[in-house]
Write a protein that binds this ligand. Structure first.
Ligand code: NAI
Ligand code: MG
Length: 337
């Protein structure tokens, strides 16, 4: 079988550690991948004078699939987030983030199975900010009918194909009557095309309360970009934290797989990071590529290591380092569990 070429952006902070782990695991699973490595972010700025060199975008456009570690974005000043730029430049309009309870991963709740579908290209991430007069800043929230309909279709189509029962639109249309109002109107228009799926909506603050009270009641959540960012970290917290939740950024021309978490500077370079979130993003990538058998092999190996052998990293109450945890998964794959 010929190998599939994947653009690999290891990222920074814990990125190189978790990316190396994911590559080892996917290779050991016989996924037949070839990796085309590129750098972006501060490292690329220092080396090439550009934090997002054109080769990165060209490589992803050519290969159509990328696996990416987190990239640090400076707070306040500095260059515009590379993560956001990649999503916008490649029109990766749908951000899919499944938060599922896993057996033997410690968390306050059981039976959580929430799919966050986040609009990925507009909203307050438009980057349109300016100083009106000293002491007054304006930040523009852009919501379009085109992007709102597109993400709604994605969410309902996903729900329909994956046998999900309910889609809940999350918004603040009571306050942002025009922008969130347009988003909600678009969701409702698309919902009519899917009578078999239960549709409802919740105001975002109420949604946050409901999620931490009764997380097992929610199914697919459909949100604009900023609410989606915040609520997906909240959902990660319901199922064991940022160390476990994977993600996919999907567009018509390309798909980029990355964990929900960031570069975790507090634990970077210490062999402490949990690579599970990026490995599970790799599983989503394998399914996207139609490599279902390899994906299932990785799934079984993770289950074996985490549930049966009870080997876990420290964020999950275990003792294993990134390397030890990864070694155990590779061992499980090699022994064919
Ligand atoms: P973060 O997600 O990096 O870390 C939050 C907390 O979770 C930290 O205590 C960290 O140690 C822990 N954590 C995260 N991932 C973990 C893992 N795999 N294993 C064990 N513990 C883990 O969020 P933070 O600190 O707010 O952001 C750090 C940087 O990451 C910022 O520059 C931010 O812009 C960037 N970022 C990048 C993202 C991306 O590349 N897509 C996404 C989110 C943030
Ligand atoms: Mg985030």
């Amino acid at each position: 079988m010929s190998k599939t070429t994947i653009t690999l952006l290891p990222g920074d902070g814990i990125g190189p550690e978790v990316s190396a782990a994911a590559v080892r695991v996917l290779d050991a699973a016989g996924a037949e991948l070839e990796w085309e490595r590129h750098i972006a972010g501060r490292e690329a700025l220092e080396k090439y004078g550009n934090p997002l060199p054109p080769e990165v975008l060209e490589s992803i456009k050519r290969n159509r699939v990328a696996l990416k570690g987190p990239i640090t974005t400076q707070v306040g000043g500095g260059f515009k987030s590379i993560n956001v730029q990649l999503r916008q430049e490649l029109e990766l309009y749908a951000n899919l983030r499944p938060s599922r309870s896993l057996p033997s991963i410690p968390s306050r709740f059981e039976g959580v199975d929430i799919i966050v579908v986040r609009e990925n290209t507009e909203d307050l991430y438009s980057g349109l900010e300016h100083i009106v007069v000293p002491g007054v800043v304006e930040s523009l929230k852009i919501i379009t009918e085109k992007a709102s309909l597109r993400i709604s279709r994605f969410a309902y189509d996903y729900a329909s194909r994956h046998g999900r029962k309910r889609v809940t639109a999350v918004h603040k249309a009571n306050i942002m009557k025009l922008s969130d109002g347009l988003f909600l109107d678009c969701v409702r228009r698309v919902a009519q095309e899917y009578p078999e799926i239960q549709s409802d909506d919740k105001i975002v603050d109420n949604m946050c309360m409901q999620l931490v009270m009764r997380p097992e009641e929610w199914d697919v959540l459909l949100l604009e970009n900023l609410y989606g960012d915040i609520v997906s970290d909240l959902c990660a917290g319901l199922v064991g934290g940022l160390g476990v939740v994977p993600g996919a950024n999907i567009g018509l021309e390309a798909a980029l797989f990355e964990a929900v978490h960031g570069s975790a500077p507090d634990i970077a370079g210490k062999d402490l990071a949990n690579p599970l979130a990026l490995i599970r993003s790799g599983i989503m990538m394998l399914f996207h590529l139609g490599k279902d058998e390899a994906a299932e092999r990785v799934r079984r190996a993770l289950r074996h290591v985490v549930v049966t052998e009870r080997i876990r990293t420290r964020d999950l109450g275990g003792e294993a380092s990134t390397t030890q945890f990864t070694d155990a998964i590779v061992r499980a794959l090699e022994s064919g569990v």
